[in-house]
Design a protein around this ligand. Sequence first.
Ligand code: NI
Length: 432
Amino acid sequence: MGYRIENATVVTCEDNQEVRVLKNATVITDGGEISYVGIDPPETKGFTLINGTGKALIPGLVNAHTHIPMTLLRSYADDLELHTWLYQHIFPIEAKLTADDIYWGSQLALLEMIAGGTTCFNDMYYSVDRIAEATATSGLKALLSRGLINGAELDDYTNDDRLKEAVSVYEQWNGAEEGRIRIALAPHALYTCAPGYIRTIRDTAEKLGTIIHTHVDETVKEHNDCLNQYGKTPVKHLYDLGLFDIPTIAAHCVHVTEGDMDKMKEKNVTFVHNPGSNLKLGSGIAPVPTAMEKGLNVALGTDGASSNNNLNMWEELNLSALIHKGFSLDPLAVKAQDAFRMATVNGAIALGFNNSGRIQEGFRADMVLLDLNSPHYYPDHNLVSNIAYSAQASDVETVFVDGKILYHKGEYKTLDKERIIHEVNRIHKALF
Ligand code: NI
């Protein structure tokens, strides 16, 4: 048994990658799955009826790169360049965070993501067992990873505590919660990981059969330092280390070259666009139109709430549809439906949730009901355009993951908002 949503406007990506709008549609979910989408529904008995009049049903948004506990550091160190921000402000305060702080910071992020219609996310941080615990309670889907940092070139990394921790988290959590939680391996970045370390992580990922999540070519400094140190671009460096032989999610990719993108395409590396974070840290504007032309899978992410400063995927959707037009002087650079695909199905594919990201029979029921009864949705010339250019996170009315309602009209079904805010305030006081 499940839900029968009647008379809704369904917006989803089809098999041919086109984004389609289906009006007056009925969507039926059975268990965790979508069992019917169309305008001529079968009779059903015992399903909970939802009136979709004046609402759009879209796939849940997928945040393909973030660091959720960093909500604790929101607005703590703003208006700084990445290296100053990271080394002088973020790393020192992160060293003080306890596993319990990370647990509550994660819950704060989960509140924010759920209310904004995010149903799935890709995270890199530490104390991942506590992040996994919070995610399990929330009902969201996630690909989680322990950020791996070791700049020392060693013959043998078997005693590397971080890598050991990452493997143990994998063993404990990969596939947990009926497959809602998956674990990746995450070399933080080429400037925090020695080549031998990256090779070891690659070999470990191959053994485990998991995905790689890493930061790639985020700043001009990273790009030039890599050229100076290794005589090649960051992408070429990682390619030569064999990292991309493993399915890889590469965050940022701001300064990748055309040749780099050919290499990424060859290895099917996902390009995660983080427009909000890249703009805020002054890192630049990623070459997304070229990546799309080359047929790369481009997904969208917020990055952490300390460099964005929120986990609102609607802003990323909007920014990705806008900034490339201004930057390239081409209003066709990234279209509304391109941005919609990046925020939904492309992210789901990147994270290995291949059965999510579309409103389609046989897909998981990870869906968001948007209330269209706001002035900014009228008139309805083009709903995909309205979603990319005028939708707001506050339009999210109901959020489903695996056919379960996690949020409805401001009410959380799985998380205790008051308690979470209380704990976060306590932690903030103690930390600062
Ligand atoms: Ni990041």
